[in-house]
Design a binder for this molecule. Sequence first.
Ligand SMILES: NC(=O)c1ccc[n+]([C@@H]2O[C@H](COP(=O)([O-])OP(=O)(O)OC[C@H]3O[C@@H](n4cnc5c(N)ncnc54)[C@H](OP(=O)(O)O)[C@@H]3O)[C@@H](O)[C@H]2O)c1
Length: 257
Amino acid sequence: MKVGFIGLGNMGSAIARAVAKCDGVSLLLSSHNPAKAGKLQEEIGGELLDNAAIAAQSDVVFLGVKPYQVADSIKELGASAENDSVWISMATGVDLATLAELLPGHDLVRMMPNTPVAIGQGMTSYSSQSQRGKEIFQTLMAHSGKVVEISEGLMDAATAVAGCGPAFVYQFIEALGDAGVQNGLSRAQAIEMAAQTVLGSAQMVLESGQHPAQLRDAVTSPGGSTIAGVVELEKNGFRYAAISAVNAALKRNQELG
Ligand SMILES: NC(=O)c1ccc[n+]([C@@H]2O[C@H](COP(=O)([O-])OP(=O)(O)OC[C@H]3O[C@@H](n4cnc5c(N)ncnc54)[C@H](OP(=O)(O)O)[C@@H]3O)[C@@H](O)[C@H]2O)c1
């Protein structure tokens, strides 16, 4: 299967790294930015081609340009996109109906990945217009982490929680790390402890099937130090701040769309 990539920035290249791990796939990488694409090619292989050649030759095309660049980058392709390839867009806020107007006759998939896809630990939601698109998408994303199909109406919510979520989590890790440094840990020790604590706790949520509040209860002994910290987080509106962050991101997604 020939899999093309138009738009090889942070997200497009993360997806390309995951797709490169699939058997039987030839990668066609956009030469739009030759320096960036050349570096990626050295890492994962594939052929550098212009966008029109990618559109003409690929069985599947991942579109990884910014949302405001989607329409122009497709219109530039002209007749070279007139075939029955599957197109997969990761553009925030660009819906399947808009893509269908730009790419008539193609099977279309709209995806919302996050950057941990690059290390096989992504959280990707998608909506597909067809069974063919769904099967191809699931096959190509097999090494990317978790992949779930959702109705398109939930895409903004998925974007705000999982697409934007890594930034919120990094901010929390940074804050835990700062507290560690304030109390004498080296920066490296503090960040490692904070990141591994987030990783292990997240794994506990996924593997135990328990509600996070149950897991939190299990580590807060009566009158102990953990409950003292939990109360302080509550006092400072920690959970409300997280909910507000997601809602602000969702509102901005809708404005951008
Ligand atoms: N970053 C995330 O966490 C994330 C999460 C979910 C979804 N997304 C979506 O992923 C898409 C890409 O986001 P990003 O963060 O990866 O942005 P980015 O790093 O700016 O990547 C966009 C890339 O597209 C290239 N490009 C622009 N016009 C092009 C054209 N006509 N042909 C080929 N390549 C072209 C740009 O190249 P130059 O810079 O060299 O011009 C750039 O490398 C967006 O639609 C975004 O909504 C991102």
